[in-house]
Write a protein that binds this ligand. Structure first.
Ligand code: PHE
Length: 339
C-alpha cells in the first residue's frame, strides 16, 4: 500500500491538463466518491496498527496534493472558452460591406440641396390629415369632382380624417403660421388608393414647394423650375410647360422634361412621346392665401409639386416603381452616392 501511495503521489505531481475536460477527469480519478483516494481510505482499516501512523500521513499527503494540483490546473482555464485562443485569427481581414442610402433618399436630398441653394427651407407635417388641410383650405369645394383626382384613403368619415394625398397640406400649415416672405419646400410620403403597378403605387414621395412675397410672378416660377430641371438632370435637358388645372393654383401648369431613357426618340416610359411629366405647378389661388390669413391684395406666390419616384426613375433609368419598395439589397446596393 505504501508503494501504491508513492506511485500515486508521483502521478499527481506530474499530471498535466490541456483543457477543463482533462482536469475534470483527473478529479474524478483521484477525488470523487469512488476515486482512488477514497478507496485507499476505505482500505486503511486493513492496515496493521503499527503502520497506521505512516500510512495515514502518506494518505493525507496524497489527498492534499491531489486537491492542490487539481485546483491549480483548474485555475489555468478559468474565464476561457476551450480552444478560443487557438481558433481566433487576428490577422484575418475584416470584410464589412458599408450600407447604402436608398435611391429615393439620395434624390430627395439632391432636390432639397438644389432648392436650399436658392434660399428654400424645409418643412414637414403630419401624414394623417384632416379635410381642411388636405382639401378645403386648398380650394377644393365639398363634393367638387376635383377631389376625385386624388383617390383618398379615409381613416374616418365625418369628420373626415385621411392619409394625406399630397404635401400641399404642409403648405397650408406653413401659411397659417407664417406671414410672407415664405420660401419653403415640403418633402414627404403621400398616399393614394391606386392599384400597384410598374407606374403607380399607393404610397409615394413628393417634394412640394412654395414661394410667396410681393410681386412674385409666373416668370419667377418658370425660371425657378427651369433652373431646377437643369440642376437635377443636367444642362442638356429640354423642358416644356403645358397648361393644366389644380383647384389651388390659377393659372396652373405641368412641366415635362425630355425623356432621358430613350433620349427623346420614344419608349414605353415616355409613352413614345419623348417627354415625361415631372411636376405640377401654378400661381397660388388668392382664395388659398385668404384661407390661411395672407392678404392676397398684397402678396402673390407660386407653388409646385413633384414625385420623387418619377424623378429617380428618370435619373437612374429604373423601369419599375415597385423596386423602390421591395428593399432587395441587390437593387439597393447599386446606389453608392455621397448625398
Ligand atoms: N399637389 C399637387 C399633386 O399632388 C401638385 C401641385 C403642387 C400642383 C403645387 C400645383 C401646385 O398632384
Amino acid at each position: 500500500m505504501i508503494d501504491k501511495i508513492h506511485n500515486l503521489l508521483k502521478e499527481i505531481s506530474e499530471a498535466t491538463a490541456h483543457n477543463r475536460e482533462e482536469v475534470e477527469q483527473l478529479r474524478l480519478k483521484f477525488l470523487s466518491k469512488k476515486g482512488l483516494v477514497s478507496i485507499l481510505f476505505d482500505d486503511f482499516r486493513l492496515v496493521p496498527p503499527e503502520k497506521k501512523r505512516e500510512v495515514g500521513q502518506l494518505l493525507n499527503e496524497l489527498k492534499n496534493q491531489a486537491h492542490q494540483k487539481i485546483d491549480s490546473l483548474k485555475s489555468n482555464f478559468e474565464g476561457k472558452v476551450d480552444g478560443a485562443d487557438k481558433d481566433i485569427d487576428l490577422t484575418r481581414p475584416v470584410i464589412l460591406e458599408p450600407g447604402t442610402r436608398h435611391p429615393l433618399s439620395i434624390v430627395r436630398n439632391q432636390i432639397i440641396d438644389i432648392f436650399a441653394r436658392i434660399g428654400y427651407r424645409v418643412a414637414v407635417g403630419p401624414e394623417i390629415e384632416d379635410d381642411w388641410h388636405n382639401f378645403s383650405a386648398l380650394n377644393f369645394p365639398p363634393e367638387h369632382p376635383a377631389r376625385d383626382m386624388q383617390d383618398t384613403f379615409f381613416i374616418t368619415r365625418d369628420p373626415d380624417i385621411l392619409l394625406r394625398t399630397h404635401t400641399s397640406s404642409v403648405q397650408i400649415r406653413t401659411m397659417e403660421k407664417n406671414q410672407p416672405p415664405i420660401r419653403m419646400i415640403f418633402p414627404g410620403r403621400v398616399f393614394r388608393n391606386e392599384a400597384i403597378s410598374a407606374r403607380a403605387h399607393c404610397i409615394f414621395h413628393q417634394v412640394e414647394g412654395l414661394y410667396i412675397d410681393r410681386n412674385v410672378s409666373f416668370a419667377d416660377l418658370k425660371q425657378t423650375l427651369i433652373c431646377f430641371a437643369k440642376e437635377i438632370f443636367g444642362e442638356k435637358v429640354k423642358v416644356r410647360l403645358r397648361p393644366s388645372y389644380f383647384p389651388f393654383t390659377e393659372p396652373s401648369g405641368e412641366m415635362d422634361v425630355s425623356c432621358n431613357i430613350c433620349g427623346g426618340v420614344g419608349c414605353n416610359i415616355c409613352k413614345y412621346t419623348g417627354w415625361v411629366e415631372i411636376l405640377g405647378c401654378g400661381m397660388v389661388d388668392p382664395n388659398v392665401l385668404e384661407n390661411c390669413g395672407i392678404d392676397s391684395k398684397i402678396y402673390t406666390g407660386f407653388a409646385f409639386g413633384m414625385g420623387i419616384e418619377r424623378i429617380s426613375m428618370l435619373k437612374y433609368q429604373i423601369k419599375d416603381l415597385r423596386l423602390f419598395f421591395e428593399n432587395d439589397v441587390r437593387f439597393l446596393k447599386q446606389f453608392r452616392d455621397s448625398w
